[in-house]
Design a binder for this molecule. Structure first.
Ligand code: SF4
Length: 718
């Protein structure tokens, strides 16, 4: 039987519509859905590889338990019963914090896992809750919480209407947008140029996005905070600040006083950007009919990641570009996670209400920074983590100082992993619980509709039934949560799986019906799951609209332009500024940055053969003059050393890199033994996180700072 299946891809944030041709339960065709109202037919090479994932012979399909004889297959009921009993026993003996949690990035691409995973975490009641947030977008969420009153009120570039787009530390050509879901980004950026606008990229590497920009400006890694302060310095000195009734005059004055010290001469010396260029960018930005400043992972993973996001928001606000068409706007998704009174309203956020046990790092939104995970396992004492549950994550490759984390994982009394691969992290687990893959479950994008450049929504039913009696993530979480409750109350566990009728789809249906486009609030649309089931190409809800003051959730209904808490980070900022100005020759003279390729995203994608074709990607990029000074040739292997580790990697000489900067992609390092990902191990590469340091942080937010790591490069003697 032949059929055409439509769904949105959940492999990255762009949510592209897919058109899949199926005959006799086998996929025969895969392309971008030309009728998709959001992605308009666009897909990248990753989308069609959902098929390879579904068919991957390395994908686990039943629970595994580690024994003296190796991995052994277990029934679901036996696995979940044993795990429930062991987790409860550990918490009973050592306290709630003795169980740690780590949620990887794919969790937010899976609404079932999000809904029931969060319930599981809340029942575990541990402070030792970690996720990929603190190696990524934590500063964005923190600043939205502090300035606008809700962590998910993230300003989104209104790319389809802006006339001036300033991008720092982001490469949307490779990512298709991040905290800016934007399929088809190439065409949308080109459209800015076609309508007489421009986009400018500030980055230590001339990325694929920078290649096509009106202007690309090299910046020394880790100095974006000073560049942003200098932009504000110009805006104040040239009297280009715009009025806004939602901000306090005293906050404006405090910022004016702060930025006075960051004059262009000094900032130019630190950043490597000429003072004329800084001045011109500030003028162009403020004089454009609409403009938006956007900074992404290269900026949020710096030592001043939080201050960078604050300054980016501040530039947008003080030039009159926040909550304005063509500026930085906010979404109004069909499932509203922000609005007061919404049935799905998520926590507005919290900050520093408790700290990590060993290093006293601040909590954000009931999570601790993942840079503290290894030490919380390795350091003895009350509250030490003895058992860890990981879900859809590979922190050995994706968090700083992966080697230290490996040592920690190998010391755990118990480790449970929700994952369908035996990878560099899950190989340390005592139990692996593999959930279904994307094409076997339904999909509603709970999170990325919140960050999209247009209000849209869609729901997709599964393409295939789960193979071999597999369970969805949410079913596993639900059963395990219930079983733990039974163990705690000393009741017998059932011999069959524990089910619920409250499916993720039924939860979403209720949220859609009672949300901003549901019957009561929008009788014309009457949004519901049934409506979306009959809208295979998605449902367009229009461009971003003005949201403030109605959706501003600070206590006094004003934008907190200069949140009080940030003041305590200013002495550190000023001290770093002086340090940069007095910089002497370093033992580690190069600054290391990461990079992302269109065919990469999460590390597990390295096991999908078609994504690994082409020339080797795990190389260390370096500028020709630096290579010449070191006497190294293209493809030659060099030794890279940081404070915490060293690795050998082939060199790729390119003028893409700023002098003094080297770049290694993230997610590689599949050369460790004990994994079971055949393709990935053929393209093993090395892990950049064997060089990054778990002790180097944005001290204010706790976010990892692995952009601009100091390293030295040595030729390998033969
Ligand atoms: S850009 Fe992202 S959402 Fe679109 S096909 Fe590629 S991986 Fe999927």
């Amino acid at each position: 039987m032949e059929k055409t299946h439509y769904r949105s891809c959940n492999l990255c944030e762009a949510m592209c519509g897919l058109q899949i041709e199926v005959k006799n339960e086998t996929i025969h065709g895969f392309k971008g859905d030309p009728l998709d109202l959001f992605s308009r037919g666009h897909i990248c090479p990753k989308g069609p590889e959902l098929k390879s994932l579904y068919e991957d012979p390395d994908r686990l399909k039943f629970p595994l338990k580690k024994t003296a004889n190796g991995w052994e297959k277990l029934s679901w009921v036996d696995a979940l019963s044993e795990i429930a009993e062991k987790l409860v026993n550990i918490q009973t003996k050592y306290g709630n914090d003795s169980v740690g949690i780590y949620n990887g990035n794919p969790t937010v691409h899976n609404y079932g896992s999000m809904l029931y995973g969060q319930r599981f975490v809340s029942r575990i009641k541990t402070k030792n809750n970690f996720s990929a947030t603190s190696v990524d977008q934590l500063p964005h969420q923190l600043l939205s919480y502090l300035m606008f009153g809700h962590q998910l009120l993230i300003p989104i570039p209104d790319i389809d209407r802006t006339q001036y787009f300033l991008i720092l530390g982001g490469n949307p050509f490779a990512s298709n947008g991040s905290l800016m879901s934007v399929p088809d980004v190439k065409k949308r950026l080109k459209a800015i140029q076609d309508r007489g606008g421009k986009y400018v990229v500030v980055d230590p590497r001339k990325t694929e996005t920078a290649e096509h920009a009106n202007e690309h400006i090299f910046i020394k890694p880790g100095t974006d905070v000073f560049f942003l302060l200098a932009i504000l310095h110009v805006l104040f000195s040239e009297k280009l600040i715009k009025d806004n009734p939602l901000i306090e005059e005293s906050d404006i004055q405090s910022i004016q006083t702060l930025v006075k010290d960051f004059d262009l001469e000094k900032v130019s010396k630190i950043t490597g950007i000429s003072k004329e260029t800084i001045h011109q960018i500030a003028l162009d930005f403020s004089k454009s009919s609409s403009a938006v400043c956007y900074g992404r992972v290269g900026v949020s993973t710096q030592e001043f990641g939080a201050l960078c996001q604050w300054l980016i928001n501040t530039i947008n606000i003080l030039t009159g570009n926040l909550d304005k068409e063509g500026g930085a706007m906010f979404t109004l998704p069909a499932v509203d996670l922000v609005g007061e009174g919404s049935v799905m309203r998520s926590s507005p956020g919290s900050f520093n209400t408790y700290q990590s046990r060993v290093r006293k790092l601040p909590e954000f939104n009931d999570e601790l920074p993942v840079s503290a995970l290894a030490e919380e396992i390795l350091t003895e004492g009350e509250g030490q983590i003895r058992a860890l549950v990981t879900s859809a994550g590979n922190p050995v490759l994706s968090t700083p100082n992966g080697s230290k984390l490996e040592k920690a994982l190998s010391s755990l009394d118990l480790m449970i992993s929700f994952d369908f691969y035996i990878n560099e992290t899950t190989k340390y687990a005592h139990y692996i619980l593999p959930p279904t893959s994307t094409l076997e479950h339904d999909h509603y994008d709970l999170i990325f509709n919140v960050f999209a450049v247009r209000n849209t929504t869609r729901y997709n039913q599964p393409l295939f039934s789960p193979v071999d009696g597999m369970l969805h993530d949410w079913e596993i979480f639900f059963d395990l949560t219930k079983r733990m409750e039974l163990v705690r109350s000393k009741k017998e566990m059932p011999k069959e799986l524990i089910k619920t009728k409250l499916t993720p789809a039924s939860i979403i249906d209720h949220a859609l019906k009672s949300g901003p486009y549901g019957t009561k609030q929008n009788p014309e649309i009457q949004m519901s799951l049934d409506l979306l089931k009959n809208s295979p190409h998605g449902f367009d809800l229009g461009p971003l609209k003005k949201s403030f003051p109605e959706r501003l959730y600070t206590e006094n209904k004003m934008i907190q332009l200069y949140p009080k808490l940030l003041e305590k980070d200013i002495p550190r900022l000023k001290s770093k500024f002086r340090e940069h100005l007095d910089a002497n020759q370093s033992l580690f003279p190069f600054l290391l940055i990461g990079r992302r390729h269109l065919r990469n995203n999460n590390s597990w994608m390295h096991n999908l053969p078609k994504l690994m074709t082409g020339k080797p990607r795990c190389t260390m990029m370096i500028h020709p003059e630096d290579a010449n000074n070191l006497g190294i040739q293209n493809d030659e292997e060099v030794l890279v050393t940081s404070k915490v580790g060293e690795l050998k990697i082939p060199v790729e000489i390119t003028e893409e890199l700023m002098k003094g900067v080297v770049s290694i992609p993230h997610g590689f390092g599949h050369n460790r033994s004990g994994t079971k990902q055949k393709v990935a191990s053929q393209f093993s590469g090395v892990s950049i996180n064997d060089l990054t340091d778990d002790q180097t942080l944005d001290e204010f937010s706790g976010n990892a700072a692995f952009s601009g790591i100091q390293v030295k490069i040595n030729k390998i003697k033969v």
